[in-house]
Write a protein that binds this ligand. Sequence first.
Ligand SMILES: [Zn+2]
Length: 146
Amino acid sequence: MIREDEFLMLLNSAPVIDGVVTETLTDVGLRRLREDLRRVILEEAEPSVLAPYLTGFSKRPSIDAEGVHWTLTGPADRMPLAEIVLEWSRVTTEMPGRLRPCGNPECNKFLIDHSKPNTARWCSMASCGNRMKARRFQARHSGASL
Ligand SMILES: [Zn+2]
């Protein structure tokens, strides 16, 4: 199964570094899925663009002492892509409004906000959070010293 942090890692696998989008993936299928997911999250595309990634997959139930388990079955070569789409679906249905783009306009990363007030704005406080704070501080104080 794909975990939430792996899903987010995929979404953020082409970061802007020094103003240039920097590709870190070699797998063409993963790249295409990442771009489709990004467009869906940014509401530039309908979620139905993700449907082809699920073609040929189904979930099969099994049961034991702990209860019912559902196992994804389908083409093995496309299994990772299908699992990523399922993880996107889980994140957006279980945590509506929590998956969103970073508040830094020069950053193209996404974040999943787990904070109680749902007010997180940056993909990372260490990079974008501090950079944006410094920029606002500079904007406020430049001019005053002239
Ligand atoms: Zn960011």
